[in-house]
Ligand binder design. Sequence first.
Ligand code: MLC
Ligand code: AMP
Length: 504
Amino acid sequence: MNPLYDRLFGAHEGKSTPFLLLPSGDVLHHGDFLKMAAQFAHVVTHAGLQPGDRLAAQVEKSPQALALYAACVQAGVVFLPLNTAYTRDELKYFVENSGARLMVCDGADEDDLRPMAQSLAAQLVTLNGDGTGSLPHAAQTQPETFQTADRTEDDLAAFLYTSGTTGRSKGAMLTQANLLSNAETLVEHWRFTAQDVLIHALPIFHTHGLFVATNVTLLAGGAMIFLPKFDPDMIIARMPEATTMMGVPTFYTRLLEEARFDRDLARHMRLFISGSAPLLAETHIRFEDRTGHRILERYGMTETNMSTSNPYEGERRAGTVGFPLPGVELKVTDPDTGKELPRGEVGQIEVRGANVFKGYWQMPEKTAAELRADGFFITGDLGIQDADGYVTIVGRNKDLIISGGYNIYPKEIEMVLDAQPAVSESAVIGVPHKDYGETVVAVIVPQKDQTAATDQLLSACAEQLARFKHPRKIVTVDALPRNTMGKVQKNLLRETYKDLFVTA
Ligand code: MLC
Ligand code: AMP
């Protein structure tokens, strides 16, 4: 028994139904995809990995990369996908912290990563974006079936790292039941069937692209137009074959910039879904005016999978994230006391259900701080539930920036900037950005009688942090605004710099 494998993958073994529709026009059928996954599972287990061991993968999006996820589920190995933008320093932390025994990287990074892998006693194999590499090479001679490892619903399926307000990333432990229960709920809620063809242009190293999009499609038995990245030309060209699309708000604002994206092109589509960051009500309205479709906005998190969704039938309300999903309890609490607040009051959103993760890997204090003993998870998002039950996210009780759907924790960037000799202190904030929703601005105070050169600060960031986390603007000030307790007033900084990028 391996519930996640059996339901998502095993159910399609031997089938010649289409699964991945590729940019080349090729179609990868379910059965062939699963043969590849089985061959990968052999390579992974021959490397000595046992059920429960971790495999870290920093690879480009490809059918093979997705087969690696399937292989891990089949072999009972915990899958740890990593953003391709992460630097070597960032990667080292994830591999070390998770104790991953096998790393899969792009061939171009192999020489750079090998000493690090060796120092952490992790094996290293390669998988390139074009499907070549030492992993697929070794897989070629392996059997096309694999004895699925026994697992229970409570066993771990994946670790997804999320940064924290202290700057140290936490490995969110997701069980088979977390993933499966959420996929089941979403398939039903959003009416996915084997006839669906989803435009998949998201990365597959985060919850949205890997679990929401892929697991839902797999469970329903449908197909995905599997694109390497968001590219409006490609999406517009392939839309006639699709029935549904999932994306972050930037996908929708960018599509609206294309005159070719019109009512005729979208007429046959069944559903457009948005999440991972706030979709402006204005975008929702413009999208409906252009296409006649109301985007269905949902709300989730790495730790909770999806928690709320606007209805499939019924009113999809712009600016809201809809209702708690079936099986998910949601309450709005006072951030100071943890007491539940009456409907209509703004507070911290907490959720409980089979969707909620098991805790942070080897961080019992952080787990205890966010996951209550009664099972409610404190999301750190501020919201309000109206009289009709619609939930609106109004802000965050955590110091977090979301740029184009990627989470950026200011603390991580401040730590890099503060370590620079010319910097006395820094405050990193998110400001509105037309394309990314929010973007990163660093406000720095130089050391007395020193000038902090922007290019030096940026090169320090480049060395240590993924590109999407880099400040898009560095502002120098004499002093940071502080309250009477000495705490930096980031709200004042956000107000001061709010217009820097709105017309960008
Ligand atoms: C890329 N870049 C970004 C960026 N993405 N910078 C800031 N924010 C981003 N999101 C940088 C690149 O490093 C590059 O830098 C430049 O921008 C252009 O690169 P690109 O490859 O052309 O990227 P672009 O097309 O701009 O990508 C934007 C995007 C992409 C929005 C299409 O970021 C994306 O696919 N985002 C989806 C993220 C996602 O899946 N989130 C889900 C998390 S799960 P330069 O300057 O060197 O050229 C989650 C839970 C839930 O949140 O509820 O779903
Ligand atoms: P991540 O940790 O990458 O999973 O990001 C989760 C965070 O994304 C949540 O805590 C929210 O702050 C944000 N988020 C996800 N979906 C939405 C949405 N529809 N509206 C507003 N914020 C969202």
